[in-house]
Design a protein around this ligand. Structure first.
Ligand SMILES: Nc1nc2c(ncn2[C@@H]2O[C@H](COP(=O)(O)OP(=O)(O)OP(=O)(O)O)[C@@H](O)[C@H]2O)c(=O)[nH]1
Length: 371
């Protein structure tokens, strides 16, 4: 379940180096989701400020100085959250003060103002589900409903107490279901936007994010990662001889075979028709090269769909200090091009070009053979 945890988002946003002003220019699904959440937090605080600010004076005039002070604090927090989001792109105090102050103000206002204070409990309870992670919101709302039940038990006739408790509980339930479904929908849309429907591999939308995060690991912590580019050889002939449907099935099987050999942290992309990219965190060029050989052997060693023999070419590139993701990828791309032009079915390292052939069962370099 995708939570509404603004503090977690904050770290992601900092890593992705975005600010409040560029939310409308999201270039990846991840950024679009973060932009959506930021706008939600922004609007909740803005409209809450507009609604509550006049009440500071109203309560002051009624000599409710403590409530007026609490409401003032609520408004100041809303202004700070808005200012931090707009100017720094961060969440002031992780957005935690709004729920706390809203609950305290609503409960206290009900205890001194009766029904006119109670009405504020409903928007406050709803807002919790959009500002806190789901579990935290459920617990906070359970406590809130319990507090409001006690206040209304003391303050109102018994019939009102039951009405208030049930209607507030029902409001919380509806808000929870809505927030939960929106979170699930968001998660599903993100999955659809970030994966290739045919193979289930990541698609290009995640490419720069994933490569950039590996580059940051290299720059900040001197952690090495590598990538492998892998392209099926003469794939066109498979389509030509067996049809596109068979070609699709081969690609699916290819993704399965690759995935089987990868670790959980490794990221498998399909970046072109029959071209795959694997990002290997914490892996140097030598280990990546060994893995690439295993992958190629796994492809050429067993026919696809039981009788389609294939081979693949691959390149390996370890991330270098100071290079951008596109330079890193271009190095790998150039090495893959070399692997193709030197006869295919081989691995070439991008850094120190060296050619090593994958042993063929029959000793030759296979053209795609239909056995
Ligand atoms: N079935 C199927 N074929 C695809 C898909 N995407 C791309 N292709 C095909 O993949 C083939 C790629 O052809 P080329 O780029 O010439 O590559 P190749 O035949 O593998 O030759 P080399 O890479 O040079 O070894 C084309 O025929 C595309 O139509 C897909 O999703 N499904």
């Amino acid at each position: 379940m995708l939570s509404w945890n603004v503090s977690q988002n904050h770290h992601q946003e900092k890593d992705l180096n975005i600010t409040a002003s560029d939310s409308s220019l999201a270039t990846t699904p991840t950024l679009a989701v973060l932009g959506f959440k930021r706008q939600l937090v922004y609007h909740l605080h803005f409209w809450a400020f507009v609604a509550v600010a006049p009440l500071v004076l109203v309560q002051w005039k009624q000599d409710h100085f403590l409530l007026s002070g609490l409401l003032l604090l609520f408004c100041l927090n809303a202004l700070l959250v808005i200012a931090f989001l707009r100017l720094k792109g961060t969440y002031f105090l992780k957005g935690r003060l709004f729920p706390l102050l809203a609950v305290v103000c609503a409960a206290y206002s009900t205890s001194i103002n009766g029904h006119s204070g109670l009405y504020w409990a409903y928007p406050a309870a709803t807002a919790l589900f959009f500002l806190l992670p789901l579990r935290e919101a459920i617990v906070s709302n359970a406590i809130f409903v319990a507090i409001m039940a006690v206040v209304s038990f003391v303050k109102f006739p018994e019939a009102d107490f039951w009405r208030i408790t049930f209607s507030l509980g029902l409001t919380c339930l509806f808000a929870m279901i809505f927030a939960w479904l929106v979170g699930k929908l968001q998660q599903e849309l993100t999955r659809l936007a970030t994966t290739d429907p045919l193979t289930g591999c990541l698609n290009r939308s995640q490419l720069s994010d994933v490569l950039n995060s590996q580059i940051q690991m290299r720059e900040r912590y001197d952690r090495i990662s590598s990538l492998i580019l892998l392209d099926l050889d003469y794939f066109k002939t498979i389509n030509d001889q067996w049809g596109h449907l068979a070609g699709d099935k081969v690609l699916k099987e290819m993704a399965l075979r690759l995935r089987k050999r990868l670790r959980e942290n490794d990221k498998l992309f399909r970046i072109g028709g029959e071209e795959f990219m694997i990002v290997l965190p914490e892996t140097g060029e030598r280990d990546a090269n060994t893995l690439a050989h295993h992958l190629l052997a796994g492809i050429s060693g067993k026919p696809f769909l039981d009788n389609i023999k294939l081979s693949a070419s691959a390149s390996v590139a370890e991330v270098s200090r100071g290079e951008t993701w596109s330079v890193w990828l271009n190095r790998a791309d150039q090495a893959l091009y070399d692997a193709k032009s030197r006869g295919r079915n081989q691995v070439i390292n991008a850094g120190r070009p060296e050619t090593t052939r994958t042993p063929e069962p029959d000793g030759g370099i296979p053209d795609p053979m239909i056995s």
